[in-house]
Write a protein that binds this ligand. Structure first.
Ligand code: ZN
Length: 396
């Protein structure tokens, strides 16, 4: 058995020689390696994107995802014209920036650089990375940031950037010397994502960036957030691309108070959200404006309560608004393994809600979805959940 295969299996029991060389096909059956090679080579002719959805979700540490499978899929992805980097058919952008890994609020802080590493590693091991079109996030301009934030606030954040050490804005939120740069690129990722989907260069985009944004109000940083990335993206669509209606969907376990603060009474924007209540930031239970559809869920709520809220509250509101682009504040801290909250969602729920949102986007927005990372603090659950979210975007 190759040494690399042993490494990917971690502490799992040693596989048989047959399983090491076998490939799991989209039918879920194991086949000899040559059959898998043939299938993945010709698969795109029969709807390669559909094959992504049909493939069984990659299980946990005992996955039989081997080096051979990963390399084979990458070979197919990079050689077949439908999926090659030069092809316009690649549907989903993956936008990140090295500065996202340099924003560090100190040891033991749950909003840590390892979150992005966990996502990237999982996408590779699941065989999806090669299907994505990778982009480096530009820096948001001052004018783009000023659509969502006050000029004085922006100057305050700039002045708070330390030359060394950490500058605490609140007990949860700090800037290191790289944080301002990371925050500008995180907001810029949403600008680029908006440009890509608005121009039709990509159907959807996922922004794997830090710091997150949905707690950042127009004039206040809080809850690990400096700039409201999703708001910067949505306002860019409305201001620069002639978009008339956007929806922001927030399934982070915490209420997106910052996004609500920026868009309350803005008729161009519908915000729908679910969140645990009571829980930080303890907002969202009062109806502040008609364009806000907030569904608080008590601790312990799981799949049924979440899906009922989506079916009975989100979807009717989205159907009525008919958004031209969907923006997703994609926090994955409602996962049952997350250490910061008490909802009990699984990656299957994130896959389900993504399919529902893709259907809305297909009906009203030409399939256009821009998703950006918010919370999610169990590294394993985060990697698995984002992977299933992106799998559904790719399968759209
Ligand atoms: Zn959160």
């Amino acid at each position: 058995m190759p040494a690399g295969a042993q490494g990917l299996r971690g502490g799992a029991a040693a596989p048989t020689p047959q399983s090491t060389l076998a490939i799991r096909t989209p039918t879920g059956l194991h086949s000899p390696w040559w059959f898998g090679a043939a299938f993945w080579r010709i698969g795109p002719f029969f709807g390669g994107r559909l094959a992504i959805r049909r493939r069984a979700p990659i299980p946990g540490p005992a996955s039989d995802c081997t080096v051979e499978r990963s390399l084979l899929r990458r070979f197919v992805c990079y050689t077949h014209p439908k999926f090659s980097q030069s092809s316009v058919a690649v549907s989903t952008a993956y936008i990140t920036h090295p500065s996202s890994l340099l924003h560090d609020m100190g040891p033991y802080h749950p909003e840590c650089p390892d979150r992005l590493t966990a996502i990237g590693d999982r996408l590779i091991s699941a065989g999806l990375d090669g299907y994505l079109r990778h982009y480096s996030a530009p820096m948001a301009t001052q004018a783009q940031l000023a659509r969502a934030h006050g000029r004085e606030y922006l100057a305050t954040i700039e002045a708070a950037s330390p030359a060394s050490g950490l500058h605490y804005i609140d007990p949860d939120t700090a800037l290191c010397p790289h944080s301002l740069d990371a925050a500008r690129h995180a907001a810029g990722a949403l600008v680029l994502a908006t440009d890509l989907v608005a121009r039709g260069e990509c159907l959807s985009a996922f922004c794997a960036v830090r710091p997150p944004g949905h707690h950042a109000e127009r004039n206040r940083a809080m809850g690990f957030c400096l700039f409201n990335n999703v708001a910067v993206g949505a306002l860019h669509a409305l201001s620069a691309h002639g978009i008339k209606r956007v929806a922001i969907i927030d399934f982070d376990v915490h209420h997106g108070n910052g996004t609500e603060d920026i868009f309350s009474d803005d008729e161009r924007v519908l915000m729908v959200s679910t969140f645990q209540h009571p829980l930080y930031p303890y907002s969202g239970t009062e109806s502040v404006s008609p364009n806000m559809v907030n569904i608080p869920l008590p601790a312990g709520s799981g799949s049924d309560a979440f899906r009922t809220a989506v079916r009975e509250s989100w979807l009717p509101a989205l159907e009525a608004q008919q958004p031209e682009i969907l923006y997703v504040s994609a926090g994955f801290d409602a996962h049952r393994e997350d250490p910061l909250a008490g909802l009990k969602l699984t990656e299957a729920d994130y896959a389900w809600v993504t399919r529902e949102l893709v259907a809305v986007a297909n009906r009203h927005g030409g399939g256009r979805i821009v998703s950006t990372l918010e919370g999610g603090y169990s590294l394993s659950a985060l990697g698995r959940s984002v992977t299933e979210h992106i799998r559904e975007l790719l399968a759209a």
